[in-house]
Design a binder for this molecule. Structure first.
Ligand code: MN
Length: 489
């Protein structure tokens, strides 16, 4: 496809501006902005974002000014270029923010303020970072390590928060190679070996499932999914390096037309193979915080192999791989218009954390104090850590309520809750728990589980325990609807 006249113009201007400049590896500098352009095109970004990507280093490194860009390409492009520039350099306006914010958090702070203006700035920055990582070998080792570490700590998690799965995997694996080359080598060999040994067996499963799906008349695509080296590294660290506890090393992905088919395929897999207890995850009914949707199940195949299956629709797959960028592709006009007006309500609901970020940026610009530590937790973890009165740490997803905590401790505790104390004070069952809370559950032997508690529960785990308790409960629940109860004989 040929570039639009505006994009051609931007390339021309960038070429002229960067003329004579070289990258660290000796290439002409323009190679870099053109690579960023290509990445943004692959992500399906809008024209303004692509133009800003082409020009992203001009204001900082060449004679071109923001005024020039504004005149040639309009306000929106100038706005984006300015955001990216601010993201990589400390400007005067930001320096005084550092006086009351820790200087070490600089990168994060800059990120935030730029984000406050337009999330597309971050997408350009991610494309910029991706190309820099792809060409990182030209830099001296100490710089390589620094950039790679920052990528693992900031940019890969951000890609994850935007549900840009392909980007997250590429960023993390590229960076991890520089941070710990030996471990990277070791684990990528391990993954290769596993996949090789599973090859034949996976082929059989594919055929088996394929036949069954054809019989049902379900249209599908099936493919193997290779686990990223860095995510294996992280998972092994969580499970004391025990490979026996990694169940998703080998995974098959099945993509179908609609949600009904997803559940049909799940049932079909469970009829062919033995599902593993507690490994069925319904991220369709309950999407992850970043909007990820899919059904996951782990099954033991006929040749005793443990395989994870991921089942989703085409749209869900597209969103899992490209995330926010995919939303831009579909809602381009709407989003662009709303950004201009300063509105953000058309962001996917699961990306509402961005709204929070934008509000924080606004508070900062007004000179108000912000608890950065809290924000970092909100941004980088789906989880909160709360404490029992004895000091045991319980991890819960963000948004969890006291009953989730109680059922996580034990179903005996959950079933008999009469109240909750948070940080020593009486609280109520509707109040969301926060990072660092000390939670004390008050119980009574006479208490029975109530169906009204279903509204006071956030985690699937607690929900299933409560539902089970309700089914088993002999004593009639006063909160349950009375009409349908059959008279006793
Ligand atoms: Mn750059």
């Amino acid at each position: 496809m040929e570039d639009s006249p505006r994009i051609q113009k931007a390339v021309e201007i960038a070429k002229k501006a960067h003329e004579g400049q070289l990258r660290k590896n000796g290439e002409p500098y323009i190679v870099h902005p053109l690579a960023v352009k290509k990445i943004l095109e692959e992500w399906g970004m809008d024209e303004d974002t692509i133009i800003a990507g082409i020009l992203h280093d001009t204001v900082e490194d060449t004679d071109l000014t923001l005024e020039d860009i504004k005149k040639e390409f309009g306000e929106s492009v100038a706005f984006l270029v300015d955001g990216v520039t601010k993201l990589s350099t400390a400007r005067n306006g930001m320096r005084d923010l550092d006086t009351y914010l820790p200087a070490t958090k600089d990168n994060f702070l800059r990120l935030m303020i730029a984000l406050g203006d337009d999330i597309r700035v971050l997408i350009i920055k991610l494309a910029d970072r991706l190309h820099n990582l792809r060409t990182l070998n030209a830099l001296p080792p100490d710089k390589q390590k620094k950039i790679a570490k920052e990528t693992l700590e900031v940019f890969a998690p951000l890609a994850d928060r935007l549900n840009m799965g392909l980007l997250r995997v590429e960023l993390a694996d590229l960076a991890f190679k520089y941070v710990d080359p030996r471990r990277f080598e070791e684990l990528s060999n391990l993954i290769k070996k596993y996949n090789k040994s599973a090859e034949k067996s996976l082929k059989n499963i594919e055929d088996e499932i394929g036949q069954a799906l054809k019989k049902e008349g379900i249209k599908y695509e099936i493919s193997g999914r290779v686990k990223s080296v860095y995510s294996l590294h992280k998972k092994l660290a969580k499970h004391n390096q025990n490979m026996g506890e990694i169940y998703d090393l080998v995974a098959l992905r099945i993509i179908v037309d609609d949600v009904t088919d997803c559940y049909l395929v799940l049932g079909l897999i469970h009829s062919l193979y033995t599902p593993m207890n507690g490994r069925i995850k319904d991220y369709i009914a309950m999407p992850k915080q970043n909007g990820y949707q899919s059904l996951h199940t782990t099954a033991i195949t006929k040749d005793k192999r443990i395989v994870e299956f991921q089942i989703r629709t085409k749209e869900m797959h597209e969103y899992a791989e490209r995330g926010l960028a995919a939303s831009f592709y579909y809602n381009e006009q709407k989003l662009t218009e709303n950004y201009k007006k300063g509105k953000i309500e058309h962001l996917p609901t699961n990306l509402l954390w961005i709204t929070e970020l934008q509000m924080t940026a606004a508070r900062l610009r007004e000179g108000k104090k912000v608890d950065l530590k809290k924000l970092k937790i909100n941004l980088f973890a789906d989880k909160i850590f709360v404490y029992t009165p004895k000091g045991d740490i319980i991890d819960l997803p963000k948004g969890a309520l006291p009953l989730d905590f109680a059922y996580k401790l034990h179903s005996e505790i959950g079933d008999h809750v009469v109240g909750v104390k948070v940080n020593g004070k009486m609280s109520n069952l509707n109040k969301r728990l926060e990072q660092g809370d000390v939670v004390e559950i008050l119980t009574s032997k006479n208490q029975t589980p109530k169906s009204s508690w279903l509204d006071k529960i956030f985690t699937p785990h607690a929900r299933s325990k409560l539902l089970r308790a309700l089914r088993l409960s002999n004593s009639p629940d006063p909160a349950a609807p009375k009409k349908k109860r059959k008279p006793r004989k």
